[in-house]
Ligand binder design. Structure first.
Ligand code: GDP
Ligand code: GDP
Length: 433
């Protein structure tokens, strides 16, 4: 884990502009349109060779609702709790506001390095205006312009000096991506899982957010959660957000080991959900299907069976996928969901020794050999699992081109019968020997 730096401050002071500058990649949506609320963003940054993680605590446009005022306090406190250092950002254009004073009060009490960044100091006149921020009682401040980058070097020089040395190791933890259509309950699921209000779930339209990769240790499992939740439709920039939403899902899927595909039980396994499923399958990712909002479904003894059948039909022939019926609301089976994702993760990284593979499969093949094709007989000699991060098997034989799809599927089914590959796409290659 690298050191963590949190950027806090009231809305519209330029936190996400600065955040984007730090991570130098498009990871966060910056949106000055009022009515937009955001959650926290995480990103990697480095300065003078020191790597650290930045958290943008998000901005909430106030005046609309008291809810947000409380939320921002909570977000600030959470961020402070996690961070090794805090950048408190204020805006020279507006000068000191009541909310700045509130946040400053919070920060004066914390036992962590706080850097007061006076933003939007785009010109020398504003440099003088910045003086008033001494009144916040936080000592020295750093005048910066997130837009043109001035001043940020001085700030970062001092910042990295106080960061603790932490050894960076690329984690070998399972990476789970929570994906699905908007409103499937992804945020609620994550909330329920983490048992802490890190994520804001409200019905207020216009919540926008990018995917977040966060590390968790829950239920005795340690894993990274790649979260695409909360990207909502928003009237004005709807296309943009849909676009982001899709891009994020794709990227989240690409960078995960197991896809936790959530769907709304009341809406069913529709075409959109199916698209996400096949995207994960094509990328050779593990998959767990969670039918969420099961609490809303009128059930009888056949409901699970019937629902399962419908989904299995939609995902033919890759039907060896766990399907769980959960409720993020009542927390029903959410532990089981993570446990299953961990199992799928293990299945995906499973390696079958060549000897065992051949001991099991060769007798089966001998008993049911590939059917003759164009009068030729195919002889499979041995099998080996390829050294890839996900299960791929090579069947060495005399005439690989004569083995047809149905027989390959037969082999895949036998593999699945004898070695648990539930939730994981398996690839079979015929190789010339
Ligand atoms: P956040 O709500 O604190 O994350 O603020 P944003 O990063 O979304 O910025 C709010 C507005 O301030 C946007 O319109 C930005 O373009 C603008 N802004 C951010 N940094 C600067 C700056 O250094 N100078 C000026 N003039 N505007 C800035
Ligand atoms: P997201 O867009 O996928 O992150 O979905 P949200 O987590 O924001 O949930 C969308 C709506 O569905 C919210 O109103 C939630 O309260 C509601 N919801 C989520 N999960 C459940 C559930 O298991 N049962 C019920 N009844 N409602 C749920």
């Amino acid at each position: 884990m690298s050191a963590i730096v949190a950027i806090v401050g009231r809305p519209n002071v330029g936190k996400s502009t600065f955040f984007n500058r730090l991570i130098q990649r498009r990871e966060a949506i910056v949106d000055a349109v009022s009515g937009v609320t955001r959650d926290r963003h995480y990103g990697k940054s480095d300065w003078n060779g020191r790597e650290f993680t930045v958290i943008d605590t998000g901005g909430y446009v106030l005046g609309s609702d008291d809810v947000f005022e409380k939320e921002i306090d909570k977000q600030v406190e959470l961020a402070i709790g996690e961070a090794d250092a805090v950048i408190f950002m204020v805006d020279v254009e507006t000068g000191v506001t009541g909310m700045d004073e509130d946040v400053a009060k919070l920060l004066r009490r914390v036992d962590k390095p706080v850097f007061l960044a006076v933003n939007k100091v785009d010109n020398p006149q504003r440099l003088q205006d910045a003086v008033e921020f001494y009144s916040l009682g936080l000592g020295e401040y750093y005048p910066i312009s997130s837009i043109n980058g001035s001043g940020s070097g001085e700030l970062l020089d001092e910042l990295v000096k106080v960061l603790p040395e932490k050894t960076e190791q690329e984690s070998e933890l399972p990476r789970f991506a929570v994906v699905g259509r908007p409103n499937a309950g992804k945020s609620s699921f994550i909330n329920a899982l983490i048992g802490e209000e890190r994520y804001i779930v409200t019905d207020i339209a216009g919540t926008t957010r990018d995917s977040i990769d966060t590390r968790y240790n829950r239920f005795g499992f340690e894993f990274n959660l790649v979260d695409t939740a909360g990207i909502r439709r928003k009237a004005k920039v709807r296309e943009d957000l849909e676009f982001y939403s899709v891009m994020r899902s794709i990227r989240a899927i690409e960078h995960c080991d197991v896809c936790i595909l959530l769907l709304d039980a009341t809406r069913g396994f529709d075409g959109q959900v199916e698209n996400i499923f096949w995207l994960a399958q094509r990328n050779n990712k593990g998959i767990v299907i969670l039918v969420n909002k099961w609490d809303l479904v009128e059930k009888d003894t056949q409901s699970v069976k019937q629902y399962t059948k419908v989904i299995k039909q939609a995902v033919e022939p890759f039907t060896d996928v766990p399907i769980l019926f959960i409720s993020a609301l009542t927390k029903q089976r959410i532990y089981k969901a993570i446990e299953t994702a961990v199992e799928v993760y293990k299945n995906r990284s499973k390696r079958i020794p060549t000897r065992k593979l051949n001991d099991v499969l060769l007798p089966i093949i001998e008993h049911t050999p590939p059917p003759a094709y164009k009068g030729k007989y195919v002889k499979i000699k041995y099998i080996t699992q390829l050294p890839t991060p996900y299960p791929q098997f090579a069947f060495f034989c005399n005439l690989p081109q004569y083995v047809r799809e149905p027989y390959k599927r037969f082999l895949e089914n036998k593999l699945r019968e004898h070695f648990d590959f539930t939730g994981v796409p398996v690839t079979i290659f015929m190789r010339k020997k």
